[in-house]
Design a protein around this ligand. Structure first.
Ligand code: SAM
Length: 477
């Protein structure tokens, strides 16, 4: 049965700022939020004033979110509004695309448990550090002071051979910073690595990784790092900025210890949510899911974090990036796709179409339309037609795993955008909703949140199809 498309509330006008910072909300807005939350129904929140869904990445000032600004991440206050709207009072909240762990921190702030899977190994590490703390705030402060002193000594006694040390850094890293700044960053890194046995060192690794974009002297905004384009660094003193970032982390860890961020159980698995083996590592079952999958829009989560991956030495070549970082990720970019994968995915969809003609046949049809549209284009184009079939098979498998993990009566809300490769409109939220029905969910709501894609308006190759970000709601009967 088709699901009616509805409009979200603009939380800026009706729900007011974050519920977590309700002290700054006016009585009337806080009141209307709590009425909606208490009833577990009413309009779905659009955007809170202090962090916008996932349209601007994670918040740079909220506790935990500020550790590292992950592109396409949620903001904790927005997830908080969704959890309140779902009226989840106890149990485990699930996120099959955990990212930097924002659903987890929002769940913990409400005393709820969390179970998440994330394929990007570096980002899964960040989520795990936030959600299953292995050091106290004080331990992080103490080690930060020690690291600062040791980096300071290295800089003071810098051999004339700075250039030699820096020459060993990858090209992207060398080109992103002034030599003096890079020497400070490398000295901090060496000091952290030399304390690798101390659990607090992992936290300081993140204080340093997050410092990189703060002190870069070239454009390193998301999604592309452009070492050829200079910019004024936002902060000039790498050591001072590192200390500020270490302090953010320590303060947020203090809040967990003092119960401000309430104790609860959390599990984060580094792995592939298409794979039932990754789900088998999670114990218990879920009461709700708040998640946002990669969109079918060619955004490359591995490449977006290239500066951090190269600086820390997690990857040194493009091959490493494909294997180690992208290996478990859903195909959502042309860099990941292949002719073979397209053909295998189409076979899977044709096989599923006997039992589930909706949406399998539609996706096969869309793939044919895209292939045709690509051939008709005058210029050689990216292989979007190869991406879509594998993407939808992945979403289908993940929905099946999610369905198996959730308890009866649980609801899942996913924030999803549509897309229009070569101008062929793909209604991804509706198709995912229909797939959810194929695996046993009831697709109950489809909420329009906001227009998207305007950023690329000036691109002459861009289609004119209007795109949107939507919230789909699925319920396990
Ligand atoms: C839109 S982001 C979600 C961000 C998250 N909501 C947050 O607030 O940080 C999608 C995430 O899905 C992850 N991902 C992609 N394929 C995956 C897979 N097969 N299993 C688990 N995670 C995956 C990506 O690495 C990315 O971090």
């Amino acid at each position: 049965m088709p699901v009616a498309r509805i409009e979200a509330t603009s939380a800026e006008t009706s729900l007011g700022p974050s519920l977590e910072t309700s002290s700054v909300a006016s009585p009337s807005t806080a009141e209307s939020a709590s009425v909606a939350a208490n009833l577990g129904r009413g309009p779905w929140p659009g955007e809170p004033a202090s962090g916008r869904g996932r349209s601007h990445g994670t918040s740079s000032h909220h506790a935990f979110d500020r550790w590292f600004r992950y592109p396409a991440g949620f903001a904790t206050d927005y997830v908080g509004l969704l959890l309140d709207r779902l009226h989840v009072e106890s149990g485990t909240v699930v996120d099959c695309f955990t990212g930097s762990g924002v659903t987890g921190t929002a769940a913990r702030a409400r005393g709820l448990g969390f179970a998440g899977i994330e394929a990007h190994p570096l980002i899964a590490e960040l989520a795990r550090l936030k959600l299953t703390p292995s050091a106290t705030g004080q331990a992080v402060r103490d080690l930060a002071a020690c690291i600062e002193a040791s980096a300071g000594r290295a800089i003071a006694s810098a051999p004339n051979g700075w250039q030699r040390v820096l020459a060993e850094e990858p090209d992207l890293v060398r080109r992103s910073f002034a030599a003096e700044t890079l020497y400070a960053l490398v000295s901090l890194r060496q000091a952290i690595v030399s304390h690798a046995d101390d659990p607090a060192a992992e936290y300081l690794k993140w204080a340093l990784l997050a410092t990189l974009r703060d002190v870069a002297g070239v454009k390193v905004g998301w999604p592309y790092q452009r070492p050829g384009v200079a910019r004024k660094p936002r902060h000039t003193d790498a050591i001072k900025r590192f200390q500020v970032r270490a302090q953010f982390i320590a303060t947020d860890l203090d809040s967990v210890a003092s119960g401000v961020a309430k104790a609860s159980s959390a599990q984060v698995v580094t792995g592939d949510s298409r794979d039932s083996a990754a789900w088998a590592k999670l114990s218990g079952s879920g009461i709700a899911c708040v998640s946002s999958p990669p969109y079918l829009n060619n955004f490359d989560y591995a490449d977006a974090t290239r500066l951090e991956l190269y600086f820390w030495g997690e990857v040194t070549t493009w091959g490493d990036m494909c294997r180690e970082v992208r290996g478990d990720m859903v195909t959502a970019t042309t860099q990941q796709s292949s002719v073979r994968e397209k053909s295998e995915a189409l076979d899977v969809l044709r096989g599923r179409s006997a039992r589930h003609p909706d949406p399998a046949e539609e996706i096969v049809g869309l793939a044919e339309e895209m292939t045709k549209a690509k051939k008709e284009r005058q210029k050689r184009s990216k292989e979007y037609d190869q991406v879509a079939p594998a993407y939808f098979v992945a979403m289908w498998d993940i929905l099946q795993n999610l369905h198996d993990f959730l308890g009866a009566g649980s609801r899942a809300v996913w924030l999803v955008g549509d897309s229009a490769p070569y101008g062929v409109y793909i209604d991804t939220p509706r198709l995912i909703g229909e797939m959810s029905e194929a695996v046993g969910f009831t697709f109950t709501e489809d909420v329009h949140l906001r227009a998207r894609g305007d950023r690329w308006r000036q691109n002459v190759d861009r289609h004119n199809v209007k795109l949107a970000e939507r919230l789909i709601v699925m319920e396990k009967p």
